[in-house]
Design a protein around this ligand. Structure first.
Ligand SMILES: [Ca+2]
Ligand SMILES: [Ca+2]
Ligand SMILES: [Ca+2]
Ligand SMILES: [Ca+2]
Length: 495
């Protein structure tokens, strides 16, 4: 059958009148105009020019900055600011040329300090800041596909401090409602404070409501992978991996106070509701530190389908009625349930079920090289067999139905359901109306502004019929997406 493929329609879904600004490592704040042909150099310059709804594009290459990029402006849900890598380019914000004069200056020397609201960052690498790569004290912000590494304190830290929290008239809604999606944070370390503070991701020291992490990895940080110390609002950590934090041998022979937990889920007797699900921790060996620790949280922590292996302690959940369901532990020095409180609610964990044995043999691979492999093209964690159950594992179908999707007769133990090929839809679904002048099938693909395919699908259309197609892959409601629709002529059912 004769077929012809052509672009049927190209729609840019952004409200008219919103500006796009460009920066480039070879740009100039003095002679540039912020256009693609005459970009600026500094992100600060573009932030200064932007209004709500505008987009700042970062061309690829390394930007050497020597001062904090302060972002204070507030967008709205309908008019967010966007700071995006341009297409598939790789912008790196490198703060290594910044040499603070003293410890006071260093302690405030963040790469980006964000007190603004509704900022969406995508595809940006932030490294070598003397303090945090990013310190987020704002709300409703999103970090998507960003990488934080070799910073002098935590890669990304969300929170205030007790003084600012206590003195703020509305503290619960600042440092709040931030989302961290598909980000990596590694090799952050704070030699200036004897390596005791630099975590991969910190949501600590008085963060506000409802911060969440999804699809992120933290490894080889001198302190913890995740740290939720001293905060008291809901934090959700989902589908994340961490390993090999707190290893003093990585940082020379200087005085070393790194903790080296995987997920530190509380601190200092503050009550903090924390939900951790489908998360992985391994190779957590230094000190007597733990893959998952409640760390004196004054509220019970909930752990669903989490897994730990090769750790000093796997699940350190004492004192309270913590909830652990469908979790797996093996090959640790102090195996669960050794460090679980007597009141912990334990349901269908690998150590609760007689007749099964959790071991490396249950998995396709536990190779760290696969854990640190490049992400899938849509930004999700690499789907290469790492931490995935293999056929015949006795952990399959041994879980309890806790409302997560599953296949087979029951949910499996551990982070990933055997045979479940579709990735969890994280983003809110969107619906797009298509109409067709004649009978044919339409291939509709959705791309984000970096040119990355988010979702695609085939729609069978009849003449004059308005059809509605659901897409689960749009990055954020209200932000700009690109829809490309290819129409295939004829009625070839194969397409
Ligand atoms: Ca510490
Ligand atoms: Ca820490
Ligand atoms: Ca087994
Ligand atoms: Ca199953």
């Amino acid at each position: 059958m004769h077929r012809m493929l052509f672009i049927y329609s190209l729609l840019l879904l952004s409200a008219p009148g919103h500006a796009a600004f460009f920066i480039s490592p070879s740009g100039s704040d003095l002679s540039g105009t912020g256009t693609i042909s005459q970009p600026w150099f500094s992100l600060s310059k573009a932030v200064e020019a932007a209004n709500p709804g505008d987009t700042i594009y970062l061309r690829g290459g390394t930007y050497q900055y020597d001062a904090t990029v302060s972002i204070e402006k507030k967008g709205t849900a309908a008019l967010p600011f966007s700071v995006l890598a341009y297409h598939d380019e790789k912008p790196v914000l490198d703060f290594s040329e910044w040499k603070p004069e003293d410890e006071d200056e260093r302690g405030a020397a963040r790469g980006i300090k964000l007190t603004g609201e509704y900022w969406y960052f995508r595809g940006i690498e932030i490294c070598n800041a003397p303090d945090n790569g990013v310190k987020c004290e704002g709300a409703h912000n999103t970090f998507d596909l960003c990488v934080f590494h070799h910073n002098g304190d935590s890669g990304l830290q969300i929170g205030l401090n007790k003084e600012d929290y206590d003195s703020n008239p509305d503290p619960d809604h600042i440092a709040a409602y931030n989302r961290v999606i598909n980000c990596d944070s590694h090799r952050n370390a704070d030699p200036a404070t004897e390596y005791e503070n630099a975590d991969g991701f910190a949501c600590k020291l008085y963060a506000g409501k409802d911060n969440s992490f999804y699809g992120c990895r933290a490894w080889e940080n001198c302190d913890d992978g995740w740290d939720c110390f001293q905060t008291n609002h809901q934090i959700t950590i989902e589908n994340c991996w961490t390993w090999h934090n707190g290893d003093p041998s990585m940082w020379g022979l200087e005085s070393f106070n790194g903790d080296g937990n995987g997920y530190k889920l509380g601190g200092d007797d503050e009550p903090c509701p924390i939900l951790v699900k489908n998360c992985v921790a391994f190779d957590i060996h230094w000190g007597a530190m733990s893959a998952f620790t409640y760390n004196n949280n004054a509220m019970p922590v909930t752990l669903l389908n989490c897994i730990a292996w090769d750790c000093s302690r796997d699940f350190n959940m004492q004192d309270l009625a913590h909830v652990l369901k469908n979790c797996v532990a093996f090959n640790s020095t102090r195996l669960a349930p050794k460090d679980l409180s007597e009141t912990a609610v334990q349901v269908n964990n690998s150590w609760n079920i007689s007749g099964i044995t959790a071991s490396a043999d249950d998995f396709i691979s536990l190779d760290v090289a696969l854990a640190r492999a490049p992400r899938n093209v849509d930004g999700s964690l690499p789907d290469n067999g790492f931490a995935r159950l293999k056929a015949g594992s006795d952990l399959i179908d041994k879980g309890m139905d806790i409302g997560l999707p599953y296949v087979g007769t029951a949910p499996d133990l551990g982070a990933y359901e055997y045979g479940l090929t579709s990735r969890a839809a994280f983003y809110s679904p969107s619906w797009i109306d298509l109409s067709s002048a004649s009978d044919h099938r339409i291939r509709a693909g959705m791309f984000d502004l970096s040119g990355r395919a988010a979702r695609s699908g085939i729609v069978a259309a009849s003449s004059g019929l308005l059809i509605t197609r659901r897409f689960d892959g749009i990055r954020q409601p209200g932000t700009t997406s690109l829809i490309k629709i290819n129409k295939r002529m004829g009625n070839d059912p194969a397409n």
